[in-house]
Ligand binder design. Structure first.
Ligand code: DAH
Length: 348
């Protein structure tokens, strides 16, 4: 009986201290330090004092009481650590508690972007030609004289070079190598034919550059899609059929188009293609709008890349992406594409 009392009272004291630890407020560094001294202080901490009383506990209860005391000490330590962590501002959550899929906390919602109207137009053109079995090829934006002009049958000094106001990085021959920002995507024709044998059926989309006076209809950079087909027995009828199928897919089945004789050094014969654009405000009810240039690949071009022009023939075409987007969406000024004004871009 005499051994019961102190043990009971030690357990009661442990329970009382445990409740006190739970109830303590630990909202600043001073409170945390006072807590540490009161409960865990080495000399006179409450928990330390309780350990000293262990020697009064009879043998058969020592183990259990010791475990309760250790748990109490741990309880005090856990509360202290948590409070210090909070005060230091470090996260108390573990990595597995963090939900990486939650949206960020920002002052304004982040609006999803959209593809630029030129990219959308390019994809639409590309999809149509890929449906007809064309592969997509790319070439560099910085070209040399051979690819941009000479191999395409623009002889040096030929006035046709003046059709394209060129940004020269290095002067044309004989002074330099004639490094240029490509003025059209036609050099990709040469690059493809150099490395592949017919049958060839590719389109080459990309950015081109011209030293234009900037206005509502001309900009110093724009985009083109080049087309090239080379095989045995390819004729102008194939070219007409393909471009008509394209125009129907892109502008609608009832599109009206015409081929107008033209000149390009790399095609013979050459043509420009117009489509009829209805316009109520026009006294004629509409007008012809040019959409692309095309023609049969000049035999000189085939020979320049080592393709036998007696055996193979081909056709080529090149269209401006901006031009198609302006027609399709009734956009009045080419500069709008490059201003990055979201009020414009959001409409598409
Ligand atoms: N490269 C020409 C230009 O930029 C467009 C062009 C015309 C490309 C006729 C062609 C073509 O492939 O056959 O003005």
């Amino acid at each position: 009986m005499s051994t019961e009392a102190p043990t009971t009272s030690l357990v009661e004291q442990i329970n009382a201290v445990s409740a006190e630890i739970d109830a303590a407020t630990l909202t600043n560094a001073a409170e945390a330090e006072a807590f540490r001294i009161r409960f865990l202080g080495r000399k006179s901490g409450v928990v330390t004092d309780l350990f000293a009383k262990m020697k009064e506990v009879p043998g058969e209860r020592r183990k259990e009481t010791g475990q309760r005391l250790n748990a109490l000490k741990q309880q005090a330590q856990v509360r202290l650590d948590a409070a210090r962590n909070d005060l230091a501002g470090s996260p108390k959550s573990t990595a597995s508690d963090i939900d990486l899929t939650l949206p960020g906390r920002v002052p304004a919602p982040i609006e999803p972007g959209t593809l630029h109207v030129l990219t959308q137009t390019l994809h639409a053109i590309q999809n149509i030609f890929q449906g007809f079995g064309f592969f997509v090829a790319y070439g560099p934006e910085i070209e040399d004289d051979w690819y941009n002009f000479t191999a395409l049958n623009f002889p040096p000094e030929h006035p046709a070079r003046d059709m394209q106001d060129t940004f020269f990085i290095e002067a044309p021959p004989p002074k330099g190598r004639g490094v240029v920002l490509r003025t059209h995507t036609s050099p990709v024709q040469i690059r493809v034919m150099e490395r592949e044998k017919p049958p060839i059926r590719v389109i080459a989309p990309g950015r081109v550059f011209r030293n234009e006076a900037i206005s509502y209809k001309s900009y110093c950079l724009f985009h083109q899609v080049e087309g090239l087909v080379v095989d045995e027995g390819v004729t102008f009828a194939d070219l007409k059929a393909m471009l008509h199928a394209f125009a129907q897919a892109f502008y609608g089945d009832d599109v009206q188009m015409r081929f107008r004789p033209s000149y390009f050094p790399f095609t013979e014969p050459s043509a420009e293609v117009d489509i009829w654009w209805e316009d109520e405000n026009d006294p004629d009810g509409g007008r012809w709008m040019e959409i692309l240039g095309c023609g049969m690949v000049d035999p000189n071009v085939l020979e320049n890349v080592g393709i036998d022009s007696e055996r193979y023939t081909g056709y080529a075409f090149g269209m401006g992406v901006e031009r198609q987007a302006m027609l399709r969406h009734d956009i009045p000024d080419i500069r709008l594409f490059y201003e990055n004004d979201v009020r414009f871009l959001r409409q598409f």
